[in-house]
Write a protein that binds this ligand. Structure first.
Ligand code: FES
Length: 158
């Protein structure tokens, strides 16, 4: 159950939106931040706040790649697998990340820190290969820069 303060804040954001549906992604992201992922309980709470059905929230949740309907690590790594990044080595970067983390794409590391997810274009096509770790975008990836980024992220989390 979300704290009353978060509920009040979300109600204010919904009231400021043109339609409650417009605030849906914002609400889901905040609930996800609170729970770590969008739990069934969170879907129900979002539905109640937005005046939508749980099914309508579920439909929206499954449409957005950054909304997680199952548990994820503390940092989700989205690796772009769209054409511009693929053309400059995106696949190699994804394979390197999988090897370094010891997981397959879609999985979470045993220590619960990282979840590795391929994704569609991150809007950084001119600077590929690109990945996003948490909310931070990284472009022009190399095998070396990936190792540095992972080490830095691990240090911040630990
Ligand atoms: S194709 Fe990778 S960021 Fe657009």
């Amino acid at each position: 159950m979300i704290p009353e303060s978060l509920k009040t804040e979300l109600q204010a954001r919904i009231a400021a939106a043109i339609t409650p549906r417009e605030a849906a992604v914002d609400v889901m992201k905040e609930l996800q931040r609170h729970y770590g992922w969008l739990t069934d309980e969170a879907v129900g709470e979002a539905a109640e706040l937005l005046g939508l059905t749980s099914l309508q929230v579920e439909e929206l949740a499954t449409f957005y790649e950054m909304i997680y309907r199952r548990p994820v690590g503390k940092r989700v790594i989205h690796v772009c697998d769209s054409i511009s990044c693929w053309a400059v080595g995106g696949e190699t970067m994804l394979a390197h990340l999988a090897r370094r983390l010891g997981v397959e794409p879609g999985e979470t590391t045993g220590d619960g820190i990282f979840t590795l997810l391929p994704c569609c274009c991150l809007g950084n096509c001119g600077e590929g290969p690109t990945m996003m770790v948490g909310d931070t975008l990284y472009g022009r990836l190399t095998l070396e820069s990936i190792d540095e980024i992972l080490a830095r992220e691990r240090a911040v989390i630990s």
